[in-house]
Write a protein that binds this ligand. Structure first.
Ligand SMILES: Cc1cc2nc3c(=O)[nH]c(=O)nc-3n(C[C@H](O)[C@H](O)[C@H](O)COP(=O)(O)O)c2cc1C
Ligand code: SF4
Length: 801
């Protein structure tokens, strides 16, 4: 016998009274809900799971149903908004009632089925359960709380502002919501909200966002939206539980940049499945911004409160669009379709007012008015210049770390957050990273694995004498200030122009990195082919590549971190993306300091690195200047992406002359299955011969002073070196690591020439080994055909046996 048997027995004995009780409770709840004028109805969901708010609200004849967590207190919060009196229903329409057809002869009562539909255990009701319907009464209908959950859960009003207008508008919405009897909304400054929490929001979020083409309060929110939207690992409907509406504040003097940030927010929210409850609105500072806002505010609230209007936004955002696409599919259309055009035509179709008050396309402007328009434009341009000047002179800029308001009032300091959110942690761990503390990471690279099996080292072995199994790849900052198209993090990385996260100790990070690195190595112990002596050597890290992901120089204690490395006699190769010139200038000597030179002109750098800083180009040039002054071993790293940065040779040459690096590493981009945001394909990966051609052109134009020194054909990498590192015909691009540590310990000033070592001949450019150490076993990946032939051969052998 199972343990459930006694329960079964009890159930059998008491099932009839229990069922009666349940029926009684259900009937009581119907009566109570009638009393409260709240008439529940079945949820009507369309194929997308949207609640149908336009369906007529039914009364007591509806089946009783559960309220999915809606508490009594929530009902009380509902506004007492009486909608419309539904037309009287014919008795025939009533479900469960025979309309008298089944009545016994001589029975004069109305609307009764003669007791046929009565539950068998109902002995009290004179006829049947359906006889309790008040089909002749006129029911008063109210909002269905399940159809409009935004009226039950307090709405959240997010605003972003520098000069205070958006906050004022948020307050206006708050006041109108209170006046309408809605539950008290929450007003939230967008900079104080943890963006990850949007993923679990279920209520109505209204965004009132100002636009800034400089560092501003929207930056973090917009970056997060964009990152999440284009992260292929985040499911498409990640925000499907969120309901939203966006109002943008801007100035039309910014022409094509008018309200662009808020507009993108509206688009990305929609693309991630969030449900737009009211169309995007915008207010032009150069027009009647306050009036446009009021119009939008009132219209949105009215639509929420009055389901009879729901057809307006339903039609606007219905799942069946004219072109057969759903609203969210339309949100997905990138590039080809002018979204504003779609929006405008829809507005026109619906006869909605154009919220920004702009002259719409079809409208004519009187010639007399033309003069006024010209004056307005001129005025707007002047205002814009004044605005920007005022902003530039402003002492306190809008930053996430707030201290004081403009009028000097103290603001409660914001809680400092961790850089790696749970979502990011999960995604990075999935990609093989080990996360240390709150902002650092470590990963084993494929070359370390290859080296353990005696299958060769990475290009740094050919160029500088690093053995990959002795190298640890780590970063003390997973965040950076760029969103490069070739970034292998698929744009999930945190970004920022300033450090605004918790800071972990350098000792803690280094210990954590080593511990995790050794832990990952241990797991490789049993991999077939791992050589015992290499495995033992690998338990003592000798080199640290501070280049994994993110921007190591961003970490506020980078100098202490590097000092700790050197104390352990671990060399330091640090790569920075040239956006923090001051940090480069104040960097203590590292074994080799790199700057990524991803493009040679402002336009192409913007296109390829997609930097966060507006003055990215100045920062980039300043970084090269800072590098030139270091007097230590410096490298430019060029990653070639075909059709992005392979032209403009003369500009590269100019940049090289500017920073005077000791070395220039040129490498073809590695294809690693790019996310949708970058749009890179295999066609963007250059062939080795193309990289060689590019390098030859660079070298030709550079003239004396630089030569092609070494190559690693396997990874399509070539080293151009300053001829300072060549004595006679012999290159000295390798490093004497012991000498380097001695120099650091001495505390004396030293230069890159003080710790150079001879380059082996197999690493020379053009050598038959192509930079592959002849001591190693070359492993060639088999082609599909070779694998097939081998399989067939083996199958043949099996058959013979
Ligand atoms: C420095 C600066 C930059 C601006 N950049 C833009 C812009 O790129 N696009 C736009 O539509 N409006 C821009 N504006 C206009 C503001 O978005 C507009 O004045 C808005 O009403 C300000 O709202 P707030 O008071 O809430 O900060 C800018 C204003 C300033 C001062
Ligand atoms: S330098 Fe980079 S690729 Fe080479 S072994 Fe170290 S981590 Fe791996």
């Amino acid at each position: 016998m199972t343990s459930s048997s006694p329960n079964l027995h009890l159930w059998k004995e008491y099932r009839i009274p229990l069922v009666c009780m349940a029926v009684g409770i259900a009937t009581l709840s119907i009566l109570l809900s009638n009393k409260n004028n709240i008439a529940p109805k079945d949820d009507k969901e369309d194929s997308k799971g949207n609640l149908d708010t336009s369906a007529p609200v039914e009364t007591s004849e509806d089946k009783p149903r559960t309220h999915q967590g809606l508490k009594k207190a929530d009902f009380k919060k509902l506004p007492k908004v009486i909608r419309k009196k539904p037309k009287q229903k014919k008795a025939d329409d009533e479900p469960g009632c025979c309309g008298g057809k089944n009545k016994a002869e001589g029975d004069n009562s109305t609307g009764c089925c003669g007791g046929k539909n009565k539950p068998s255990n109902d002995n009290k009701a004179p006829h049947c359960a359906c006889s309790t319907t008040t089909s002749n009464a006129t029911p008063i209908t109210v909002i269905d709380p399940l159809a409009l959950p935004e009226l039950v859960e307090p709405m959240k009003i997010f605003y972003s502002t520098i000069t205070g207008t958006a906050k004022l508008f948020a307050q206006q919405l708050y006041d109108s919501a209170i006046n309408a009897g809605l539950p008290e909304p929450k007003i939230i400054d967008i900079v104080d909200y943890d963006t990850e929490d949007f993923l679990t929001e279920t209520g109505l979020c209204v965004f009132i966002l100002s636009t800034y083409n400089v560092e501003g309060p929207n930056d973090w929110f917009l970056k997060w939206l964009e990152d999440t939207r284009f992260d292929w690992r985040v499911e498409k409907g990640a925000l499907s539980k969120l309901r939203f509406s966006v109002f943008g504040l801007g100035d039309s003097a910014y022409t094509e940049e008018f309200c662009n940030g808020p507009r993108s927010a509206d688009k990305w929210l929609g693309q991630m499945g969030a449900q737009r409850v009211w169309p995007f609105g915008e207010g032009d500072k150069n027009g009647d911004q306050g009036g446009a806002y009021k119009q939008w505010n009132d219209a949105m609230l009215a639509s929420l409160l009055d389901p009879t209007q729901s057809h307006v936004h339903e039609a606007y955002f219905s799942s069946d669009d004219e072109d057969g696409k759903s609203a969210s599919e339309n949100d997905d259309d990138e590039g080809d379709v002018d979204e504003d055009e779609i929006k405008k035509t829809k507005e026109e179709k619906l006869g909605l007012p154009t919220i920004d008050g702009d002259v719409s396309e079809g409208e004519m402007v009187d010639l007399e008015d033309m003069g006024n328009v010209a004056i307005k434009i001129k005025q707007a341009k002047e205002d814009k210049a004044l605005d920007e000047e005022a902003y530039a002179n402003q002492k306190v800029r809008a930053k996430r770390s707030v201290g004081e308001t403009k009028d000097g009032k103290a603001i409660k300091p914001r809680e400092v957050r961790e850089m790696v959110s749970p979502l990011l942690h999960k995604s990075l761990t999935k990609q093989g990273y080990k996360i240390i503390g709150t902002h650092s990471g470590v990963k084993i690279c494929r070359w370390t694995k290859a080296a353990l099996r005696g299958r060769g080292f990475c290009y740094k072995h050919s160029f500088y004498g690093i053995q990959s199994h002795l190298c640890m790849e780590t970063t003390p900052s997973l965040a950076c200030a760029n969103k490069c198209v070739f970034c292998w993090r698929h744009h999930t990385n945190p970004v920022g122009t300033e450090w605004r996260w918790k800071v972990d100790d350098p000792e803690f990070i280094l210990e954590g990195a080593l511990e995790n690195h050794y832990g990952m190595l241990k797991q490789l112990k049993g991999v077939p082919g791992v050589r015992a002596e290499r495995f033992v050597e690998a338990t003592q890290v000798k080199h640290c590549a501070l280049s994994l992901v993110g921007e190591p120089i961003f970490y506020p204690h980078i100098n202490e971190f590097v000092k700790l490395l050197h104390k352990k006699r671990i060399s330091s190769f640090l790569v920075t993306n040239a956006q923090f010139p001051d940090a480069i200038a104040s960097m203590d000597p590292v074994t080799q300091l790199y700057v990524s030179v991803d493009a040679s002109t402002k336009e192409s750098l913007k296109k390829i690195d997609r930097p966060l800083f507006r003055d990215f180009w100045e920062r980039f040039l300043d970084s090269l200047d800072a590098l030139g002054k270091k007097g230590q071993r410096t490298v430019y790293r060029l990653t070639l992406v075909k059709d992005f940065n392979t032209d403009e040779i003369a500009n590269y040459v100019e940049l090289i002359r500017r920073g005077q690096p000791d070395f220039i590493e040129i490498k073809g981009v590695t294809y690693c299955g790019y996310g949708g945001a970058s749009g890179l394909t295999m066609a963007n990966v250059p062939y080795h011969a193309e990289v060689v051609r590019f390098v030859e052109l660079i070298q030709e134009q550079l003239g004396a002073g630089y030569e092609i020194a070494a190559e690693h054909a396997h990874s399509c990498s070539i080293l151009v070196a300053s001829t300072k590192f060549k004595k006679g015909d012999t290159w000295y691009t390798h490093i004497d690591y012991d000498k380097f540590f001695e120099l650091v310990e001495s505390g004396q000033k030293f230069t890159s020439l003080d710790y150079m070592a001879e380059t082996p001949s197999w690493a020379y450019f053009g050598a038959p080994e192509g930079g592959f150490d002849p001591e190693e076993t070359r492993y060639f990946r088999k082609t599909k055909e070779q694998r097939k032939a081998e399989r067939e051969r083996r199958e043949g052998e099996d058959d013979e046996e």
